[in-house]
Ligand binder design. Structure first.
Ligand SMILES: [Zn+2]
Length: 414
């Protein structure tokens, strides 16, 4: 059908519509779908920074391969692939920490099956960076000698995250971070977000489409972020610093507990059901040890999720100090927005759209300028260092509260 490869001018439509800023990647996938000579490969590795749309691209590709019109987005094939219910497309998403050999063997078995709808047998692994070494060995053969109608699509943040033997047998397709403007445009045109909010969340999300969309939809999340960015102005005593650390840790803990509660219960019920059905019964030794293992896995997952949450809170906090530093160094000129003017006394007014500005937290402009005037660049750099240290400490399993207390004391200059 389409043989024009000049992606940039082509409107992204059908299953590709959400892949903003990914013209090049989409052009490659379209050529493969169209069956251009040498364009098809049986093992793909889609890489790209978080939020660039790896799994969106994988699913769009899978849908386009099954669709009679190469990815119209509306037919039965397209819709079922995107919904995860197409008989010839297996989507693997895991909430576990790793993808083990049993799961990979099952996939390899599937990969050898003739596609029921006579097109392609597609297997998508969203977190290929979590495949264990044994899993990778099991996958290897299937990727090396795939049946003629089988396509593997693996996704990972970067090719270095994937075991080398697997990586070397896949064709890598790199996605890029879309620009803030592209993200904002998508939110405006597809989700009906008002332009001011769209640009604000796009700037905050820094190229992460899902995060921008989530923020645009979620007033509570935006308020939580605003509250977090008030913190730097409130750390005026040792007590306030320690309280701030305790609050952040407690909040992340309760959020994660709420997030996984239903999942934990379901997994436990499934495990119990498995052993009730078997001879031993739910009270047998095997059942008890399986439940104990599950319990440990769930605890590890909670811990990881909590650390992820803390890390993203600290990343948000970093944007505040980064903005302060930019102001202190005069690295940006800030056209005040309407909201800023209300809280700003002197006015050289020249209201431009905020898109031209490198400041991320424009809505906190008054606080930022006050902070920039009240401290020195050296102190701001020390604050940025303190946050980075806390992130590293948390990543290397230091107790979160301890890491955050030390950080807050530095931020507060205590
Ligand atoms: Zn279709």
């Amino acid at each position: 059908m389409r043989s024009d490869a000049d992606g940039a001018a082509t409107e992204l439509s059908g299953v590709w519509a959400d892949l903003i800023g990914q013209w090049r990647a989409v052009a490659v996938l379209r050529r493969a779908v169209d069956g251009a000579e040498h364009a098809m490969t049986h093992a793909w590795l889609i890489t790209g920074p978080p939020g660039s749309g790896r799994s969106t691209a994988a699913k769009a590709f899978a849908a386009a391969l099954q669709c009679q019109w190469h990815g119209c987005g509306e037919c039965q094939d397209c819709r079922t692939v995107l919904a995860g219910s197409h008989p010839d497309v297996t989507l693997v998403r895991t909430e576990k920490l790793s993808i083990g050999v049993d799961q990979i063997r099952e996939l390899a078995r599937r990969s050898a099956m003739t596609p029921r709808m006579r097109k392609w047998q597609v297997l998508v692994i969203e977190d290929a960076d979590r495949i264990t070494d044994y899993g990778a060995n099991a996958l290897l053969k299937s990727i090396e000698e795939p049946p003629p109608r089988t396509v593997w699509i693996l996704c990972a943040p970067s090719s270095e995250d994937v075991i080398p033997t697997i990586r070397s047998r896949c064709r890598e397709l790199r996605l890029v971070s879309p620009t803030d403007a592209a993200v904002a445009q998508l939110l405006i045109s597809r989700d009906g977000v008002n332009p001011e909010l769209a640009y604000e969340v796009a700037r905050i999300a820094g190229g992460h489409v899902g995060k921008a969309r989530g923020l645009a939809r979620d007033l509570v999340a935006r308020q939580a972020r605003e509250a977090l960015l008030k913190l730097p102005t409130q750390l005026d005593s040792v007590g306030a610093c320690l309280q701030a650390a305790a609050d952040i840790v407690a909040k992340s803990e309760s959020e994660v507990k709420a997030e996984v509660a239903a999942l934990n219960t379901r997994e436990r019920a499934e495990t119990e059901a498995l052993y009730t059905a078997a001879k031993g019964g739910a009270r047998s030794r095997e059942a008890q040890s399986a439940l104990k293992r599950l319990d440990e896995e769930q605890k590890a997952r909670e811990k990881r999720l909590q650390r992820d949450r803390l890390d993203s809170a600290l990343t948000e906090l970093t944007t505040w100090y980064r903005d302060v530093l930019a102001l202190q160094l005069g690295a940006v000129t800030i056209p005040p927005t309407a909201a800023d003017l209300a809280s700003d006394s002197d006015s050289d007014t020249d209201t431009e759209p905020p898109a031209a500005v490198a400041i991320i937290n424009l809505s906190a402009y008054a606080d930022l300028t006050a902070a920039a005037a009240a401290t020195t660049p050296e102190r701001t750099i020390a604050s940025l260092d303190a946050i980075l240290q806390a992130r590293r400490a948390i990543e290397s399993n230091v107790a979160p509260l301890l890491a955050l207390e030390a950080m807050m004391l530095t931020l507060g200059g205590q």
